[in-house]
Design a protein around this ligand. Structure first.
Ligand code: FE
Length: 352
């Protein structure tokens, strides 16, 4: 019999083939490869809950933002990455610009996450989504500096603050994003003049991380500095006497309350360009927008949730901000898109 009418035997073979194919796809979907620049204790619970709810295991590769982007580039189409977690808008924007992410369409994510906290959508969908926010605020020496002299970003560049300012490297993504946001608010020429003024006011050449700046303010080496809010919250929540001593000396200002608001940055996620499990990766991003995940993701690192209906209970953030503050509403995608031009300005004004 050599015509191909279905017989019980071919049915059986076809059935077996389909069964093994679906078995294969289930096996593939059971593990999600996550490249993460976040390394917090509470993230363990975040992943465990996802696995419990979906049966999908998380296989995590930890690196910093720059390391993850470099690795994705080097791996190319062979990359096993499904989901990428990064902690800055400038980095997410860079990943998008370098073609490392796969745009997705998700009604759930579009409904949950404000448009200003995700990538600009294209015909293919959205490249990355923010899942928590952090503010970039001013920390100052309460004895040496008056709060009203440092309660705008612009004032940090004024002659009255000469010799007082400390920051980490200007090219660090947190600063690239802040400066890119200032560029949206003030325009390119004023931003460059402002950056020049910041350089002129430095107490020392930029070095260290945000926590180092806070400590240098407490030690008297610097009068005023910039820090992300979660570093301050960490020191506030610390039981170590030396951390308490640091926080006794410094004041915190949420700048630009009378104008466009304090600069906000995000931690966010994207589906990898060559993800093998796009459906499961999308499912994971949708999970991150659910209330319990928002609480782990945001509160776990003393950040704010992006989903408006999720209420936060974080005494340190509450105390620091006085409960509420005016945040800028400029889209983080625009801020991220400015980073290359900001870097050129930094080179011109000699901001290391
Ligand atoms: Fe950080």
């Amino acid at each position: 019999m050599h015509h191909s009418l279905p017989t019980p035997l071919t049915h059986a073979i076809l059935g077996a083939v389909l069964l093994s194919l679906s078995g294969l796809s289930v096996a593939q979907d059971k593990t999600l490869n996550l490249y993460s620049a976040r390394h917090y204790q509470t993230d363990e619970a975040l992943y465990a809950n996802f696995t419990q709810a979906t049966g999908i295991k998380i296989n995590r590769v930890d690196a910093d933002d720059a390391g993850i982007l470099a690795r994705l580039k080097a791996e190319g189409a062979a990359s096993p990455a499904d989901v990428i977690l990064l902690v800055d808008a400038a980095r997410l924007g860079k990943g998008e610009a370098d073609g490392l992410f796969r745009s997705i369409k998700s009604a759930a994510l579009e409904a949950a996450i404000p448009a200003s906290l995700r990538a600009q959508p294209t015909a293919d969908g959205t490249s990355w989504f923010g899942f928590s926010t952090r503010a970039r605020v001013v920390v100052y020496d309460k004895l040496k500096v008056k709060k009203e002299d440092v309660d705008t970003y612009e004032e940090l560049a004024e002659p009255k603050n000469k010799g007082l300012l400390c920051t980490r490297s200007g090219s660090h993504p947190y600063n690239l994003s802040l400066f890119g946001s200032q560029m949206e608010h003030m325009g390119e020429a004023k931003t460059e003049a402002w950056l020049k003024g910041l350089v002129a006011n430095m107490a020392r050449s930029p070095k260290g991380g945000d926590t180092d700046q806070i400590k240098a303010v407490a030690s008297g080496e610097c009068g005023v500095a910039l820090s992300n809010t979660y570093y301050i919250a960490r020191l506030m929540r610390s039981t170590a006497p030396e951390d308490k001593a640091v926080m006794d000396k410094v004041g915190v200002v949420f700048p630009n309350q009378q104008s466009w608001g304090t600069h906000l940055n995000i931690a966010g996620a994207a589906v990898a360009k060559h993800a093998k499990n796009v459906a499961a990766a999308t499912q994971f991003l949708e999970y991150l927008a659910k209330p319990e995940a928002q609480n782990y993701f945001a509160n776990g690192n003393n950040e704010w949730p992006v989903v408006a209906s999720v209420k936060l209970s974080n005494p340190a953030l509450q105390a620091m901000s006085g409960g509420a503050f005016k945040a800028e509403t400029v889209p983080v995608s625009k801020v991220a898109a400015n980073q290359a031009r900001v870097q050129q300005m930094l080179d011109r004004v000699g901001y290391k």
